[in-house]
Design a protein around this ligand. Structure first.
Ligand code: SAH
Length: 213
């Protein structure tokens, strides 16, 4: 499938929609305006790709709603060249947004099927994360730590301490915390020991799969 003028037109509308909902970071809006979201979706849903909604992907997971992707990406305050860890590669859409914003992205997926499919897909599309890893997001990625930002794209039952530990001083963790409904939570590491915590409203994500021992 291709990316056409029609798709670009729909994307421009989507950018207007999410900016009307309060997203102001121009890097985020540009990324969403550039990325062919329809290519990240299963063929049955491509006609809806530019609606501001989540949709099913493989393995009972979802591609997050564009507004949610934008909201989380804005909270990360990505600078060019920033080192970012994403937990929950899923369709690869959020990964692509971060790469478009100039981040060096490491991304972890816990489901083998999605990991394989998305890895080959996003590389083919020309998005090159620093690494795409099949593993358990609760553990983070100690070999690459510390990070400027960590983004969790599944509902976390609690805040994994490994993720807080892998932030640089000044680094930001964006994580939806909760079971049925999640509170979008931002942690900013202000010193070796201290974190600022901000709670930024309710969202609904698929649950983060259990920790592996
Ligand atoms: N960022 C994705 C959102 C996908 S939904 C996108 O833009 O499409 C959340 C993803 O998190 C799913 O793919 C799910 O398999 C993955 N996931 C759930 N628990 C995980 C864990 N413990 N470690 C890593 N990935 C996990």
């Amino acid at each position: 499938m291709k990316d056409t003028h029609k798709h670009q037109g729909l994307r421009n509308q989507l950018v207007k929609t999410i900016s009307a909902k309060g997203i102001t970071d121009t890097q985020v809006l540009q990324a969403i305006g550039n990325i062919p979201r329809h290519l990240f979706m299963d063929s049955g849903f491509v006609d809806f790709a530019y609606q501001d909604k989540a949709f099913p992907i493989a393995a009972e997971q979802t591609i997050s709603q564009p507004y949610t992707v934008a909201f989380q990406s804005e909270l990360l305050k990505v600078k060019k060249g920033a080192k970012i860890l994403e937990i929950g590669t899923g369709s690869g859409y959020q990964t692509a947004v971060l790469i478009e914003m100039g981040a060096k992205v490491h991304t972890i997926e816990r489901q083998q099927e999605l990991f394989r499919k998305t890895k080959s897909f996003i590389l083919k599309l020309g998005y090159k994360p620093k690494s795409i890893i099949f593993g358990d997001g609760y553990k983070g990625l100690p070999s690459e730590a510390p990070f400027d930002g960590i983004i969790v794209t599944a509902g976390a039952p609690f805040v994994p301490s490994a993720l807080l530990a892998q932030l640089k001083i000044g680094g930001r963790l964006v994580i939806p915390v909760g079971d049925e409904v999640q509170i979008m939570t931002l942690f900013i590491r202000t010193s070796e020991k201290d974190f600022e915590k901000h709670e930024l409203g309710d969202f609904k994500f698929v649950p983060m799969l259990k920790e592996k021992n």
